[in-house]
Each structure stands twice: as C-alpha cells, then as structure tokens.
Design a protein around this ligand. Structure first.
Ligand code: AQP
Length: 338
C-alpha cells in the first residue's frame, strides 16, 4: 500500500477562491505552510470545488483561482519543492467524496458549526454542496495519505470529521488511509475582523474595512487600521477580555516576529493611534515584496507550475482512489474478470 512505504511525511492544505486572500488566511495558514514545506512533502491546493458551495461568478472564480496560486508563490511557497495545484483539475477529489459520503452520517454533518453559521436561517434553501463541504475536505486530505494538516482554528471540527471517516473506513474496509493530525498555530489561528472583534477576519466579511487583503494598497491598509475598532481602556496589553487590542497586537507580533512581552514593552505608555500607525507600517512593509512578486509571475510560468502540480497530485490521488475502489468492490466488469 502506498501509504505504508517509507517516505517523507506529508502535509495538505488549501484556500478557497471565494475572495481575496487576507491577513487571517496568511497568519493562520500560509505562513506556516512556508515553514513546514521544508520538513514535509507538501501539497497546497486552491480549493475551487469548495468555493462553488456558495454561488460564484464564474469569470471571477477563474481569475481568483489564479490570483491565489500567485499569492501562494509570492508569500513563499516554492513550487520546486511543494506541489501547487487546482482542486478541480484532479477529479479524484470529487470521486472520493462520493465514496466517503456513503460512510458519513447525516447527523455528523448537521453538527458542523460552519454549515450552521453559513446556512443560518436559509437552511432549507442552502445547497447540498455546502452541507457536504466537510466530506469534500476529508477527501482532499485523505487522497494524499496526509500526516499533518496546517489550518486555522475554524477548521478544527472538519479535521475531526476527517479523522473519524478515515478510522471508520479503515475499520470497515481494511487499513487504507493515514489518520491525519491537525496543525493549529498557537498564535494567529484566529485573526479577528478589524471592524468586529467577535467575528473572524473573513473573505466574505460584509464590512469593507474588516479585512486586510494581501493585495490591498498601502493607502487602503492605513485606512483600514485607522478605522479598526478598539476596546475601552487605554493600556496596550494582550488581554483576553480586550479582544480588539489583543487582535491588533497578535498581528503586530506575528509580522515582526517579536515576543509578546517585547511587543507590550514597545507600546508601553503609547496610545491606540501609535499602535495602529506602526501596525500599518509593518503590514505595508510585509505586503510590498509580496505584491511585487505577484506582478512578476507570468501567465506562462503559472500555467507550467499548475500543470506540473496537477500531474504530481494526480499520480498520488489515483493510487489512493484505486485502492479505495478495490476495497469497496468498485472494480468494474473488465477488471473483475481480469
Ligand atoms: N481569520 C482567520 N484567522 C486565522 N486563520 C484563518 N483562516 C481563515 N480565516 C482565518 C484559515 O485560512 C485557511 C484558508 O481558509 P479558507 O479559504 O479555506 O476558508 P475559510 O476558513 O472559510 O476562510 P474565509 O476567509 O472565512 O472564507 P469565506 O469567507 O469564503 O468563508 C484555512 O486554514 C483557515 O483555517
């Protein structure tokens, strides 16, 4: 079996092309991928099949998919050592989802908080794809016999379902899948919206100032930080009871690589305006080279990287899917006779 061979441990993760990548996606996920790619065989996917679980403009979706691939590379994912690919290019993702659907219980999916949040009151009219989202995510991960999944806090429950499905399949059909572990960073796993510190920073945030996009201009970044909500009180300290300031400090800490106590010492006696200004400065400095690299990736180079990624991903995905089919008795008339 492919996953029993001795090989480098693997990671898999992805971003949905539902909107522009933001600092939450970067600090909660991409930033860790860049580090981990040197220790793991890495698969980084642009999960466009996940994006269509809510209505998308097709031209925009296609453009966003390529923009996100560019941002993966520009933030430090190295296509020479990591596999970067588009989910819908590897049809095994959709196929394995069906097989996993057949061992998933409706009750399990009904407990998923992301579905409850996204479907809200329109539960009856929500798409079946939105309901089934966690099973597609399980297929993404299990296809690559993944050991570790670096994600933000919001994906923890989906990861638990992935583990349950792998264990269930292995129990019912024999050892087939690796059971993956989540990798959730201690700081940055949940960056909050700048306009509402009770909500996570999100691509689909309705408030235009809540989310710092990686392609925002310097002017926009400064404006958004200036308008960011703060808490009552004046002290600039990490404090769970003051989520807005703690959020701003966490972003500052992660972008500067400083220790929390050094960040607090740096801002001791300063006002919120100073914190916001400095935060805007470090963010603009961080984004400038990323945006320059995005500009420098030609269409041809991107095509080549995504094509190469598709081939590398499909080779492994196909082996896993063949194994699943054989174990489930889905071998087809010809192969059964052979
Ligand atoms: N606010 C966040 N803080 C830390 N990590 C975050 N992630 C997302 N938001 C934050 C992590 O980024 C990775 C990619 O996320 P995704 O694109 O798969 O979808 P999402 O988690 O649903 O992100 P959004 O931005 O909120 O998208 P929409 O608005 O379309 O639903 C994941 O690892 C995620 O944990």
């Amino acid at each position: 079996m492919e996953h029993n061979e001795s090989r480098m441990r693997r990671i898999f993760s992805g971003v949905k092309p539902t909107g522009p990548i933001h600092l939450g996606n970067y600090l909660g996920a991409l930033r860790n991928w860049v580090e981990l790619q040197h220790q793991y065989e890495s698969f980084f996917c642009i999960v466009d099949l996940h994006a269509i679980t809510v209505s998308q403009d097709s031209q925009e979706l296609a453009a966003r998919t390529r923009e996100i691939a560019r941002l993966y590379i520009a933030t430090g994912i190295d296509p020479k050592i990591s596999t970067i690919f588009v989910q819908s290019d590897v049809s095994e993702h959709a196929e394995l989802t069906w097989m996993l659907n057949c061992i998933t219980r409706v009750g399990e999916l009904e407990r998923m908080t992301q579905f409850k949040d996204k479907a809200r009151r329109q539960r009856e009219s929500a798409g079946v794809g939105l309901f089934d989202y966690p099973v597609l995510m399980a297929a993404d991960i299990l296809l690559y016999q993944t050991d570790l999944v670096p994600v933000g806090e919001d994906q923890k429950q989906h990861l638990e379902l992935t583990r349950d499905l792998a264990i269930r399949f292995n129990r019912d059909y024999g050892e087939t899948f690796r059971v993956p572990d989540p990798f959730i960073p201690k700081v940055g796993a949940r960056i909050m919206s700048l306009s509402d510190s009770t909500k996570k920073m999100s691509k689909s945030d309705e408030s235009p100032n809540g989310c710092i996009e990686l392609l925002d201009t310097a002017e926009t970044v400064r404006r958004k930080f200036k308008r960011a909500v703060t808490d009552s009180g004046t002290e600039i300290k990490f404090d769970e009871s003051r989520p807005a300031i703690t959020n701003l400090l966490s972003i500052y800490q992660l972008l500067t690589g400083k220790q929390p106590e050094d960040v607090e010492a740096h801002f001791a006696g300063q006002g919120y305006a100073q914190l916001k200004n400095e935060l805007a400065d470090v963010t603009v400095e961080f984004l400038r080279p990323v945006q320059e690299r995005v500009e420098n990736i030609s269409d041809q180079e991107l095509d080549r990287i995504l094509d190469d990624g598709r081939r590398r991903a499909q080779e492994i995905a196909r082996q896993t899917l063949d194994d699943v089919k054989r174990r489930m008795g889905l071998q087809g008339a010809l192969r059964a006779r052979a």
